[in-house]
Design a protein around this ligand. Structure first.
Ligand code: HEM
Length: 129
């Protein structure tokens, strides 16, 4: 088995699960009143996972090819948008958890919006790189 493909596939699998956590967690919280604090932890962890596994893509590229992925233009814009969503989603969830305000519907609306913007940007990163 090709070690490089395996490493990318494992990283991508965890990255995809992180995407499910942030999107699914926020939508579930909007649709159901239950377990919002637990869902906020799921969403917070999901953003953290996205940041770490996203960075790991770069590390793997550096390890196997000696340089970062060669992307430009729209792909770079999409990557920056994804990173901005991950950072804002993470700190927003941390702030609301700390303030014990995870019942706020606006908080969940923003989290769901950030997740959807990040997912859309992922498509542009994929097809413009
Ligand atoms: C620090 C933040 C992030 C970084 C550095 C990052 C980086 C990456 C990279 C390098 C890829 C591979 C692109 C390719 O196939 O050419 C990728 C794929 C992907 N990312 Fe992220 N990402 C981040 C955040 C997110 C977030 C927040 C989401 C969704 C909520 C997300 C969803 C996806 C998805 C679904 C793919 C697979 C796209 C496909 O192959 O069709 N990423 N990401």
């Amino acid at each position: 088995m090709n070690l490089q493909n395996l490493a990318y596939a494992i990283d991508q699998s965890i990255h995809n699960l992180g995407a499910v956590s942030v999107t699914g967690g926020a939508i579930l919280a909007l649709l159901s009143g239950a377990a919002r604090r637990k869902l906020a932890w799921v969403v917070l962890s999901g953003w953290g996972v996205q940041g770490m596994t996203g960075a790991l893509f770069g590390i793997l590229s550096y390890a196997f090819y000696g340089h970062l992925p060669d992307i430009a233009g729209i792909a770079v814009d999409a990557l920056v948008i994804k990173m901005a969503c991950a950072v804002s989603g993470f700190f927003l969830a941390a702030f609301y958890l700390r303030q014990a305000r995870t019942g706020s519907m606006n908080f969940w609306r923003i989290e769901a919006l950030l997740a959807m913007v990040a997912l859309t940007a992922a498509s542009f990163l994929r097809w413009f790189s």
